[in-house]
Design a protein around this ligand. Sequence first.
Ligand code: HPA
Ligand code: ZN
Length: 338
Amino acid sequence: MDITSFIANMPKAELHLHIEGTLEPDMMMSLADRNKIALPYASVDEIRAAYNFTSLQDFLDLYYQGMAVLQTPFDFYDLTNAYLARCFAQNVTHVEIFFDPQGHTARGLTFEAALDGITSALDETERSLGITSKLIMCFLRHLSEEDAFETLEAALPHKDRIFGVGLDSSEKDHPPPKFMRVFKAARDAGFTAVAHAGEEGSAANVADAIDLLEISRIDHGNAVLNDAILTDRVSAAQIPLTMCPLSNLKLCVVDDLSQHPVRLALQAGLLATINSDDPAYFGGYISENFLAVQHALNLSFEEICQLGRNAYLGSFMDAGQKATAVAAFDAFAAENTP
Ligand code: HPA
Ligand code: ZN
């Protein structure tokens, strides 16, 4: 099997995916129509043409604008099902997805409107297609600590459906210390913690996310490689990194994919993984991310296998499910690597 077919066919887990970032332009148009929402675009082509970002903030402005078409649990259900259909087509067997409750409650929706729609699609797809999942709710870091506490409060009755808490949105000007107390409260309530760190921000942000927020996984984490001591520490602790190559390219975190740090991360012994982040905005789902970075860095079969396997190792599956998934991945690799 050549490496392109290998990437397409290998079993995959996706650990860094914002469900609101899977809103494709055609669905944006049809939901705008269904919900009688005016869009500042006349066509799918106009929407795509607007996706020309120079920074994270540039993207976030359109991302928050786009999610305004999501109004009812049915919209979230359709959105999640469309993503899961892509997962099935790309042999993704396990997903750990983010949602941004404050992006919806700020618009007058209930916390449950988003949660119910997303979780009904996840539950149905586990039964019909066998794709397993965990749901992580992110706090928007440009909003206040108080707002985050209110969101945590709203989540408490739904602990059975929400596995973890994360931290996303504008990293610049909103470093981890702002959320120390709400992360402690979330961890005390039994949520697993993750955070975006070291995407546009520094290695110090990653260290603070580890030390102050006590996260179990780092989202992005590109900046880890800028600090040798932190690299050794993250490697020794095997804290997973959920890297997102096409996102980094579109948001100008890297100038060119040939400069993407994922190979350096593997060489440093980091538990790096490949993910799509916001695929409808960044030009590709998980397979396209693997293919783009393989091509740009000429990654070997061995490196691709390591990345694919790391996703299962870095997931929040329980020990038994993880062992089964890793064994299935290794069996696929043994049969199909030249
Ligand atoms: N970074 C920060 N916040 C986000 C992202 C991201 O890549 N995607 C959606 N919200
Ligand atoms: Zn992200």
